[in-house]
Design a protein around this ligand. Structure first.
Ligand code: LLP
Length: 434
């Protein structure tokens, strides 16, 4: 459930009128709801009650310092995938000693940074990486805590670009090679074998693939406990959220109305299915949810620039482009688009919702039926809190959007819109061109 809803006919985030935010800070602007993140966190942790579980928020989903701090205050640690992310955790004043470092391409400098920061563990994706970590740890005169990411070869039944647990994906060490990899790792003097890791994909909408992967890994996990005394099992992230009917999904009635077999994956269903498999292992559990914690807690506000009537088509041209929210063009992702001011007396219009960028691909939705809106009015893209701002870029020399955090009836700018001067600050024209 989330906290975006109409009060009368104006869209609110918690108790804040989103049009007020758009007017004050301009658009495009991302707006996040603190209460929604807190709720999501509470539900997830509640569903794992009885397990010794640590949530390591996959901050690639949204790494704004304010959100990192908010989540750290709730007790999460972090799943970082670069030196930059690691430094962000530090900049947010959040601890790293319960956080993990994932990713297939860790550089020596990143490994050094993580070890010096006292990272809880490095999640290792290959044999050459084991050797590199051992080497860096040796230079530092310490042991590196590691867990190997094991690829269980399970079909996550999600978009091809975000499935990771199949044998053809670049991630992890195949299950059948994992015992040998641990054996080799155990011989390296500067490694401490601390756990085992899996992550099969993102935006999973059914619990089946998680269950299948945990079941496939369980014999190995038991063997690693026996042979090396590993202490934790990281089951990765991947819990999906609602994109279609995102606004209605903030209402309890909507959930009740979904037939059981079409109900989106809830943390309760996730916990109920995994607990009986994980509890008997007696290991510490690590989870790395990204999207689930922040996805439905954010919207992207955008202003309508023009309603252009083309030949047999209407184009709703917004001030947000694919540089601000890349998911629709990159994954054919669906984001619900709603007006900030609802007016039931207006007609519904079929439109292509597009951005201002000079590419036909800059299209958020084709043939979408929306209430007619015109120049100067605002719309919101829902469920844009995860993989929104973090994937934005400056194509067409467009600045990165502003970000705002709402709590109750107050809101605050947590990231100012980039200025033109900031965008070109590091560029130089060589003297010989002048
Ligand atoms: N752990 C690992 C090792 C991961 O690779 C990921 C996501 C996560 C955890 C968090 O997954 P989540 O709980 O957020 O599903 N940009 C894409 C999603 C890419 C996900 C990459 N890995 C999108 O916009 O849909």
């Amino acid at each position: 459930m989330h906290r975006f809803h109409y009060v009368g006919n104006t869209l609110h985030c918690e108790s804040v009128d989103l049009a007020a935010v758009a007017k004050l800070y301009g658009t495009p602007t991302y707006v996040y709801s603190a209460a929604t993140i807190e709720d999501n966190h509470r539900r997830l942790v509640g569903s794992l009650d009885g397990l010794d579980a640590q949530v390591c928020y996959a901050m690639k989903a949204n790494s704004s310092l304010a959100l990192l701090r908010l989540l750290a205050n709730l007790g999460t640690a972090f799943d970082v995938v670069s030196g930059g992310e690691l430094r962000r955790v530090r900049a947010a004043g959040a601890p790293l000693d319960r956080s993990v470092f994932a990713g297939v391409g860790k550089t020596e400098a990143e490994i050094r940074l993580a070890l010096e920061a006292g990272i809880y563990a490095l999640h290792v994706e290959s044999e050459p990486e084991l050797a590199r970590i051992n080497h860096v740890a040796g230079q530092l005169g310490r042991k590196a805590p590691v867990a190997i990411r094991v690829n269980p070869d399970v079909d996550a039944r999600t978009h091809a670009k975000i499935t990771t647990g199949k044998s053809e994906n670049k991630f992890g060490i195949p299950l059948r090679f994992a015992p040998a990899a641990y054996e080799a790792a155990a011989k390296l003097p500067h490694l401490e074998l601390k756990g085992v890791q899996m992550h099969i994909g993102s935006q999973l909408t059914a619990v089946g693939p998680f269950v299948e992967a945990v079941e496939k890994l369980t014999p190995l996990v038991r063997q690693l406990q026996r042979d090396y005394g590993i202490t934790y099992f990281s089951v990765g992230g991947g819990i999906g959220i609602v994109y279609q009917e995102a606004l209605a999904s903030g209402e309890a009635a909507w959930w009740d109305a979904q037939p059981a077999d079409r109900r989106p994956l809830t943390p309760e269903a996730y916990g109920a299915a995994l607990k009986p498999l994980l509890q008997p292992l007696g290991l510490k559990l690590l989870l790395e949810p990204g999207r689930f914690l922040v996805g439905n807690a954010g919207v992207l506000l955008s202003r309508v620039e023009y309603l252009k009537r083309g030949h047999g088509r209407n184009f709703l041209i917004l001030d947000a482009g694919m540089n601000d929210l890349v998911r629709p063009v990159m994954y054919d992702a669906y984001h619900e688009i709603v007006p900030l001011q609802r007016d039931t007396s207006r007609r519904a219009l079929k439109v292509d919702v597009v951005g201002p960028i000079c590419e036909s691909g800059d299209c958020f939705a084709k043939d979408r039926t929306l209430q007619e809106v015109g120049e100067g009015e605002y719309v919101a893209f829902l469920s844009a809190g995860a993989y929104g701002q973090v994937m934005a870029n400056r194509y067409n020399t467009r600045p990165l959007s502003a970000e705002v955090l709402v709590r109750g009836s107050s809101f605050e700018l947590i990231n100012a819109r980039e200025t033109f001067e900031q965008m070109i600050a590091s560029e130089r024209v060589p003297a010989w061109l002048k």
